[in-house]
Design a protein around this ligand. Structure first.
Ligand SMILES: Cc1cc2nc3c(=O)[nH]c(=O)nc-3n(C[C@H](O)[C@H](O)[C@H](O)COP(=O)(O)O)c2cc1C
Length: 323
């Protein structure tokens, strides 16, 4: 499974756990890095102090007397604490930063001057070219299937990865809908040099998401996720179908969008702290539950170690089938 991305990021397997608010704390990030992938701390919901704490814990958990595994931090660029969080990753000498949701030209030079490898997440061709012009080291091409925030073009991973690989000269990391080794192999056939996986790791044992959230994801079936908020920032949400839960946030958003609610109405409906309520506190009725289409492929809560065993075996099976 080794690719040029492994050399670039000093990792054994080109498998990255996406930075995910309320899921990717130090436990998930260090578990993924210790399996030979790249674990990312999701700083989207973290203040500078909390981020520093998670970095310090990840450093301890990924170091032993004879080994030091690389980890990274995801910094959504629209975050209100972005200036201070950039300072924290520089001071703590974090080796890799994945930026998302914003303009990569603003902070990439500063991060690179500090010796940090920078990877930027994009969802269309225009942003991929801008990221390359900003001199990032690699790009994550994240398709429509993905959990969390999504591109306005709604381009699927299969289309997006091929399109971006043909347009840029830097390594492309595929993301969106990948939850098996066979799917990793498929993206490599398109020219991707690595994968960023969210949904599968979001319900792992080491994810800091609430158990109610993980169980709701496991109970979901094909078609249970839907892209909302196209007028704001398109976001894929999970529908919870359970006898004892009605009038969920999902159903309220669906009703509002069906009647053509304005941006202001939608912003009022979202309010503040919705994703924390849903993902971290496990409030399935009032919380915002972000997850990708791959949710319907998942059958159990696994440890990161088990996930790696299965991803590697699936990848080998796929390569055999192709050859
Ligand atoms: C619960 C959840 C939270 C996420 N939060 C973030 C985030 O804070 N920053 C970010 O860049 N991407 C975020 N993402 C996207 C992931 O990093 C990753 O790119 C995406 O989940 C990949 O698609 P997949 O879910 O189909 O594997 C999130 C995804 C999920 C499922």
């Amino acid at each position: 499974m080794k690719t040029s991305l492994c050399d670039l990021l000093s990792i054994k397997y080109p498998i990255i756990s996406g930075g995910m608010i309320w899921c990717s704390g130090w436990e998930l990030a260090s578990a993924v890095s210790n399996e030979g992938g790249l674990g990312l701390i999701g700083a989207g919901s973290m203040s500078p102090d909390i981020l520093r704490e998670h970095i310090k814990k990840t450093k301890i958990a990924t170091q032993s007397s004879n080994e030091k595994n690389v980890f990274g931090v995801n910094l959504p660029l629209m975050n209100k604490d972005i200036e201070n969080n950039i300072q924290v990753v520089i001071e703590e000498k974090v080796p890799v930063v994945f930026t998302s949701a914003g303009n990569p030209s603003i902070y990439t030079p500063k991060l690179k001057d500090a010796g940090i490898k920078v990877v930027h997440v994009i969802s269309n061709e225009k942003f991929a070219i801008k990221a390359q012009e900003a001199c990032v080291d690699a790009i994550v091409a994240e398709g429509f299937e993905a959990g969390g925030h999504n591109g306005k073009e709604e381009t699927t991973t299969l289309v997006l990865v091929k399109q971006i690989v043909d347009k840029v000269d830097i390594p492309v990391i595929a993301a969106g809908g990948i939850a098996s080794g066979e799917q990793i192999a498929a993206t490599f056939c398109l020219g991707a040099k690595g994968v960023q996986i969210g949904t599968l790791f979001a319900i792992s044992k080491e994810s800091s998401a609430h158990i109610n959230f993980k169980k709701a994801v496991l109970a979901s079936k094909e078609g249970y996720t839907k892209l909302f908020f196209r007028k704001l920032s398109p976001t894929r949400l999970l529908n919870v179908v359970a006898k004892d839960i009605s009038q969920t946030f999902f159903s309220q958003v669906e009703e509002a969008e069906n009647r053509g609610a304005t941006k202001e109405e939608l912003l009022n409906l979202i309010g503040v702290g919705r994703s924390k309520k849903g993902i971290f506190e496990g409030d399935l009725q009032n919380g915002e539950l972000e997850i990708g289409q791959a949710a319907s492929m998942l059958n159990e809560i696994q440890s990161v170690k088990q996930i790696f065993v299965e991803l590697k075996a699936g990848f080998d099976r796929a390569i055999q089938k192709i050859s």
